[in-house]
Design a protein around this ligand. Structure first.
Ligand SMILES: CC(C)(COP(=O)(O)OP(=O)(O)OC[C@H]1O[C@@H](n2cnc3c(N)ncnc32)[C@H](O)[C@@H]1OP(=O)(O)O)[C@@H](O)C(=O)NCCC(=O)NCCS
Length: 173
């Protein structure tokens, strides 16, 4: 399937009145969340959702929240020596889904890059060092491809927890 040019994609905040009815990823929970809960959660300030739009289609979405990550589950090279607290501050990918008719065309990567960009923006204003996600087992490879590490302690859980260390990404810029 041909990739969609990133210059043709838009990452737009979810707003009242958008027609979400046609969105259908392979995961029904993720479809239900977008259609029934995302806006309400956003109004309660507990999550923020962005839609990836191409022409008139909603091709995917991502939901972000704040999070913390236990210091002891982070690999030595990703942590801070002598950090005096038990948890690091992070942004979490709470939901990410691509419409099934658009899978394999670069939308997941576009949403991931948008999440990294937004987490970098947060970290320029508020302490935030990692991006976390509770992955679906079948999506671990997708996150690994984008630099996420699987946390050993959670590797056999139903939703394996992973993290991306933003420090080297920001340092390189
Ligand atoms: C996982 C998901 C978000 C990927 O989105 P996508 O738009 O199809 O992915 P992209 O086309 O951007 O792929 C980017 C890269 O990741 C790879 N990739 C995609 N899905 C993958 C998977 N499940 N496992 C391993 N690699 C994967 C692609 O091969 C591609 O690599 P390449 O550039 O080297 O070819 C999408 O399949 C989806 O929504 N699945 C159902 C819901 C889900 O699992 N969400 C994540 C749960 S937290």
């Amino acid at each position: 399937m041909e990739k969609i040019l990133y210059s043709e994609l838009q990452n737009l905040p979810l707003k009242k009145g958008q027609n979400l009815a046609s969105f259908e990823s392979t995961n029904t929970d993720l479809n239900d969340f977008l259609k029934n809960d995302a806006l309400v959660d956003q109004e309660w300030l507990v999550s923020k959702t962005y839609l990836c739009c191409w022409k008139k289609s909603i091709t995917g979405y991502i939901t972000l929240v704040t999070d913390t990550l236990e210091v002891k589950v982070v690999d030595e090279q990703d942590g801070i020596k002598g950090y005096p607290y038990h948890k690091y501050p992070c942004v979490r990918i709470a939901r990410l889904a691509v419409d099934k008719t658009f899978e394999g065309r670069g939308i997941g990567r576009f949403l991931m890059l948008a999440a990294i960009g937004m987490a970098m923006d947060v970290s320029s204003k508020i302490g935030c060092r990692y991006i976390t996600v509770d992955s679906k087992p079948e999506s671990v490879g997708f996150y690994e491809k984008h630099g996420f590490k699987l946390i050993e302690k959670y590797k056999d859980s139903d939703f394996p927890k992973m993290y991306l260390n933003m420090y080297p990404i920001i340092e390189r810029m």
